[in-house]
Design a binder for this molecule. Sequence first.
Ligand SMILES: O=C(O)CCC(=O)C(=O)O
Length: 313
Amino acid sequence: MTIVNPSNQLLVSGHGDAMTQDAYAVTPADRLVPAPDAPPAHTLGAGATLPPDAIRSYKTDGVVCLRSILDAGHVAQLREAADASAREPGPLGYRIGEPGQPGFFYYDFQLHERHEAFDWFVNDSGVPKLAAELMGSPGITLYYSNLFVKDGGSEIASPWHEDASYQRIDGDQCLNFWVALDTIPAATTLIFLRGSHRRGGPVHAPHHFDPDGGYDTALSWNRAPAPPPDNFLAVHDPIWWALEPGDALVFNHRTLHGAPVNSLPSRRRAAALLLFGDDASYNADPGTSDPPFRDDSKTHGDHPAGEVFPRLI
Ligand SMILES: O=C(O)CCC(=O)C(=O)O
């Protein structure tokens, strides 16, 4: 199957007609033609202030690229923590393949509970303040910290998805603050479908990132089967940025995105914080989110901040 959007860009190729994981695979951005009005990246002003255009872009496009939000020293420490964690994953770490073997892909959660560099990322990096400004929320709460390690030659794509599919946080004020720890050229960067967070309608049911994986009891309240990717690829333009270590992609949890296989010879690492604002609410769906965090002291619709999800601001 080949999918082409109205501007005649090859977006997705898969095999056969069945909606297999392959059908959700993502074509690398270096094989796409950038839209003439593709949004620029933004640099913070003095005192780490966000330019108003960055906030506008986050709201309109559902994603914004911020340059150099972490300094080289802290990025190096996060990279070391990422490698240590890949060797010795946490209890929720998910590995596809083995470290050192071709194709290794690994993701993990709550790194700030085990690695000082991630504790700094959560508590002292200034990221929550930037998230507050982007979402227009005075308060910010931590949902979880996250790590992605995709080795050179990994044939595992991160399929088209919206983060909301996996999460028990409802509302518009939930974002992913995803920071590159390596140089990530167009060939292996994340690709976003511009404005897709504003499409309305139910959240898609989740796909597992592991082509051989699945969910037995995924969240199901207000979830709908994900439509074939050509449905949304025909409507929303793909946008992306090549990244340097310390650059961030910040995106709404309803923005559709994915990443191709890592065709580079080198490891591609990224650290992320999932954060939500004061208007977010707890979804008490009895299914299992991924990661599987829940707070049974909350009822559906409560603000989730508390012992399980700590308020940062
Ligand atoms: O790093 C990747 O390949 C996937 C990241 C992603 O899709 C996410 O953080 O939601």
